[in-house]
Design a protein around this ligand. Sequence first.
Ligand SMILES: *Cc1c(COP(=O)(O)O)cnc(C)c1O
Length: 231
Amino acid sequence: MSIAHHLAEVRQRIAQAAQSASRDPASVRLLAVSKTFPAGDVRAAFDAGQRAFGENYVQEGVTKIAALAELRGEIEWHFIGPLQSNKTKLVAEQFDWVHSIDRLKIAERLSAQRPEGAAALNVCVQVNVSGEASKSGVEPADAAALAHAIAALPGLRLRGLMAIPEPADTLDAQRAPHARLRGLMDALRADGLDLDTLSMGMSADLEAAVLEGATVVRIGTAIFGARDYTN
Ligand SMILES: *Cc1c(COP(=O)(O)O)cnc(C)c1O
């Protein structure tokens, strides 16, 4: 089945989940996660109306951005993977968003390396809402301090929080970590931070995330198919 068809199915899942939550479907943005897939697949999704794409690996991402340079003004590129400090410059120069910040040092580098004249880089703090099972993301207890420090950096615009909960089998079990992330975001907003983004929900737990208030869902497999990491 085609990428356009898969995209239509995913949009339908979002609309249905939004309806069950009495939310406006337009309040949930679809980020198409194109990691491991070629520029031609991004192009096919673009032709089917998709405008926001997520990449996990810096070199792969910048190669794809270059291959699709003629679409640069129309595509929003989101970096969503683990970020090493020696790779921040390319990300600061080429991407529009970074979802995966869990250390102040990375945020400081991105802020300093954001090119002059460019709009502030939109960022989210990645939070570990699944406890010991997961290694990436700041601990919930440390999220507020990190968020406040990032909000003060001139090259960045702190938009919200992101999480990758551990897989779970039932809808209720999937909802719990998403609810924790939403609770954290509510607390930060009550504390004066101007946040509008809850980046949560992947192919397997999209519905749970939308029910718990996701404003961005990051969907790869359900759009592009199963990933092959062998090359
Ligand atoms: C790969 C990835 C996704 C997409 O996952 P799927 O299960 O393929 O939808 C979303 N978010 C992050 C951070 C990822 O690394």
